[in-house]
Design a protein around this ligand. Sequence first.
Ligand SMILES: C[S@@+](CC[C@H](N)C(=O)[O-])C[C@H]1O[C@@H](n2cnc3c(N)ncnc32)[C@H](O)[C@@H]1O
Length: 907
Amino acid sequence: MNAVEIEEAISSLFEKDYDPESFKWGFLEAFGNKVTVIKRLQSSNSLSDIDGAVLLRNNIHLITCPEGEVNSAFFKLKNSPTTSKNKVKFILATDGNTVEAEDLFGDAPLVCDYSDFPNHFGYFLSLAGIETVKQIKDSSFDIRATSRLNRLYVELLKDNPEWGSSDNRHEMNHFMARLIFCFFAEGTDIFRGDGLFTKIISQMSESDSSNTHQIISEIFRSLNTKNADRSSNNLSRWTEPFPYVNGGLFSGSINVPEFSKIARSYLLHIGSLDWTKINPDIFGSMIQAVADDEERGSLGMHYTSVPNILKVLNPLFLDDIRAKLIEAGDNSRTLLNLRKRISKIRVFDPACGSGNFLVIAYKQLREIENEINIRRQEVGRKSDIPLTNFRGIELRDFPAEIARLALIIAEYQCDLIYRGQKEALNDFLPLDSQNWITCGNALNLDWLSVCPPPGSEVKITSDDLFDTPLDQAQIDFENEGGETYICGNPPFSGTRNQNEDQKNDLEKVFSKYTSKWKNVDYVGGWLIKAAEYNVVTKAPFSFVMTNSMCQGQQVPITWAILKRLKVKIRFAYTSFPWSNLAANKAGVIVVIVGLDSDSHSDRFLFSEEKKFYCENINPYLTTHKIDSIEASRKPLFKFTQMDYGIYYSRSAALILQTDEVVELKKAGIPSKFIKKFIGSTEFINGKSRFCLWISDEDLEYIKSFPIITERLEKVRVERLETKDLSVKKLASRPHQFREWRDIEEKKMIIPIVSSENRYYLPIGLVDEETVITNAAFSIYSAPIWIFSLIATRLHLIWITTVCGKLKTDFRYSNTLGWNTFPIPQLTEKNKSDLTTCAVNILLARETHFPSTIADLYDPENMPQNLRDAHDKNDEVLERIYIGRRFKNDTERLEKLFELYTKMTSNK
Ligand SMILES: C[S@@+](CC[C@H](N)C(=O)[O-])C[C@H]1O[C@@H](n2cnc3c(N)ncnc32)[C@H](O)[C@@H]1O
């Protein structure tokens, strides 16, 4: 269950009449416990030692009690030995009037009225496996509002299907944005009178809902009409209390979809939420999913946490400003200069979604400005920071609209905190009519137009201009002459997942630099556009990106261009999991990089929660001075050749399953014509597959078996059917795969893809009865110490870094990973030691026969003797490199880069 679904279940449970018995089960169900689990608990709940209580191990200890006894029941739960014995996370007691609960591993206890509980459900999200950051626990409102608005949205589209068509979607989204504004405004006194918007709709619209849309439309009309024009515009008298809002929000069409009775009641319910609690940095990310058919299923679960956003903004510019604030102390003049500097800062997010990076940047700057005002004894002073200096581009219109709204709300909330309600209200309306969030495709737009550089009297446009958004481009920045910072979390999408439009976008951005743009992740487009923008503006930029941008083939392509554009990494966060609200979330591993064109000597790297200063950060996010590892067709360092196995497309009838082998043997086919046929999957999972292996010399003989000739004919026909000329040619020798080679020897098999959870690459040794397919690499005629090299942690680290990953699996490449692997000169003694290690690994595997490679390398269950054999192998090789064990993977990588640079420059 996701957080929104939990909220819905909890709200409906707490809306029902309280029943002590059914409450307990309803509560467990609301947090995603299966009916079978609940039934089991109902029939025997032996874990709790308290009468009437329910205990779910690692989860909750829960009791309903007689009226007025909540506190004593709560302490009974807390002191019960079964609570600690069963590692219970939460305890909860209620009598239907009050709830007392505690997160035993975290926050302060919660005490609230029973009816108010839904406003606190976020406190319990970890019960459903949702790891929450502190902030989201305090944001129950945002989840509740999202869930209610979602219900309304779906209901309205049901009744007004034409509003869901692509032509009308924009209008529907605009309508939702208007509603959100009205709810916020009525909850915060921007509309005078408590709950004015909802109250008027409730009073003026028929209870059968027939004219709800007309009433709302009339309210919207009033919000767009200046007071002076009201009487001439024939506005209904009851709209009088509504102020003039404008700001483009209520201009244009004021069509409103028709409301069913259900939709009307949803609307009135939404109004009853406490909108003062809205958190614009979270709410926007959640609500944007409402208007997105694909995202709606996981409503708002891709929310980006504020700490993660700060990982981008702090090192990009906020840390520097805070340092200046400390330096300024109470010096009034220096503080004034700092305030002026802040007021000129422009923040630009070219994939802004609903504006969370911009909102956080704005709020942080307001906080610093307020501190300056306090020190200068100017508390309550009007802010100098213009909202329009926080620019964004967003492809989808609803998030773009919400981004602007979120910024407006953030401005009001900051005014409320730092200047008081009176001033906040005085300055709020009418809204600024400019729209500084551009709805469009950032990879097609000219960023110099969307966010013109400081001091550019004449608007600069770059020469790769496609669709300049003229309206928005003309909005001037206030407080000219400041710094610009680019930030964000642009979309990641690997080559296989890109749609045609995205591929075209990349072609436009990259084709002037490289023909290899097809291999680039979509996010690469933002890096290049930002670097091009930097050439003109010098604006530093920082993005969150998939970590694959700093691995494998992305490096020689994208980072080589960035180097040409003369930007360098100023700071970076090495790989870390990107957390969101999805229950049991799949790990998206990201990095953050910040680049600019200044020559700093103090660059810094955040790795494993620590900050390191360094002189250089390379695209692989280590400190060695290296640009990229390029693929090489031949091994660079006197190694033996590693090749793909046998290509077997259009050869179905040459491949055999076990029962077909039995059939062929019955027909008298000699065993020498039947070989095992394995690729990565068969090797790792111990699956059997076979193939026919027929030399040219044996062809006439084997053709005497009709069962074989039938198969060869099938292969011939299959190959002739293809349009691929090279495969068509192979129809003339259907008895063989594309490659024919002598396989009469032992060889090594190296899987192309292997799970990232394995601590080692599971290389294997196979006999002369086996053919390796092109779903794996093979090394023929190699000494066994080569096996030892590939089996080491050192090699795996190299592969992970320079070859990259497929989703989250290691992806081996012979040209990038093997042919470039640097190794020092080996003595005969070294080779003999490594040979012993390889043999020991193979022997350790043997002792667990018939376990598969997948079983043996399961990180949880890897047998100790195999672990030891690998560890010894690592030790022997690492001592060859540096005379001791490496301290960690970073040190391993640094050494490999160093050696690579030395060895390639020697060449
Ligand atoms: C990963 S989200 C980040 C948004 C926001 N910062 C957040 O954390 O929720 C990326 C955003 O980029 C938008 N986007 C995708 N392709 C785009 C394009 N070509 N131009 C502009 N925005 C785009 C998506 O609609 C999405 O809102």
